[in-house]
Ligand binder design. Structure first.
Ligand code: HEM
Length: 251
């Protein structure tokens, strides 16, 4: 533990000088402030999610399920807040946004290294997105590292293995068995439901993003160079644990 400096103030402890001087609108237009603040709050929440997901992965690795559920429940509450916050951004009309959209240049949430790191740590390890981050940059180093680290998906598969399941050909059959004998495998069953909560909430966040994008820019191309809403709609099918969804049919 680091010693607390004598007489430390609220602003010093929280680094508010840095935090509150990081909103620098380029257009001078009223609504750009909201646009910046909403992105920054989401980035802060992603930072906290990464912190909790890393912890949950380590706890699952030790079969400390109760503590892992606690971390995952916190992630779930953060996801709820993040999804709800799209409604604040929806108060930005297309007219308001188009007035300053030019100042964004080629910048886009597409380049959010924390969002991609989160996907990687959860188990969606699509290396194609690495090209958004130049080799040698800090962001790229974090993403390269995240690809090597065990993901939440890996941690769950390892937990099944430790419980005696054969997961060499995938986890589908193991999870189905867990659900068919929920009493016998209660901890894994509870873990699966937490993982599904997280997957569900990711899909909800993505969904509200697309809806917000559609109401603000329609089908215009994105500043990051993608086709825009149609690209985002293509990400709605992404699932961290597709087998937990499909087993519902097989039960
Ligand atoms: C006016 C508001 C917004 C619009 C019009 C918008 C539009 C878009 C578009 C069109 C894309 C696709 C990539 C591109 O071509 O640029 C994108 C991606 C993305 N945006 Fe937004 N966005 C908005 C707000 C936000 C906010 C507040 C966040 C929060 C951090 C965010 C995070 C992301 C992320 C993480 C991606 C990558 C998604 C993926 O690859 O799955 N966006 N956005």
């Amino acid at each position: 533990m680091t010693a607390t400096p004598a007489g430390i103030t609220y602003a010093q402890y929280l680094g508010l000088d840095d935090l509150l001087s990081a909103q620098r609108p380029l257009s001078g237009l009223h609504d750009e402030m909201l646009f910046i603040v909403i992105h920054q709050t989401m980035e802060l929440w992603m930072k906290e999610m990464l912190h909790e997901v890393d912890y949950a992965i380590r706890l699952i690795g030790k079969d400390s399920f109760a503590a892992a559920y606690k971390a995952l429940s916190r992630v779930g509450r953060i996801q709820s807040v993040m999804t709800l916050s799209w409604d604040v951004l929806s108060t930005l009309t297309p007219v308001d946004y188009l007035a300053f959209r030019d100042v964004l240049g080629t910048s886009s949430g597409f380049q959010s290294a924390q969002f991609r790191e989160l996907e990687y740590r959860l188990g969606l390890k699509d290396e194609a997105y690495l090209k958004q981050h130049s080799p040698g940059s800090d962001d790229r180093a974090r993403l390269d590292q995240a690809l090597l680290q065990p993901s939440l998906r890996d941690a769950a598969a390892e937990a099944l293995k430790r419980a005696g399941f054969d997961v060499s050909g995938g986890t589908d059959a193991a999870w189905l068995e867990v659900y068919r004998n929920a009493d016998a495998y209660f901890e894994l069953y509870q873990l699966a439901e937490k993982l599904l909560d997280l997957d569900d909430a990711m899909a909800m966040w993505r969904h509200k993003h697309v809806l917000t994008v559609e109401r603000i820019i329609g089908n215009k191309r994105g500043t990051g160079g993608s086709a825009g809403a149609s690209y985002l709609r293509s990400t709605l099918e992404k699932r961290l644990f597709p087998e937990l969804w499909s087993l519902r049919t097989d039960l």
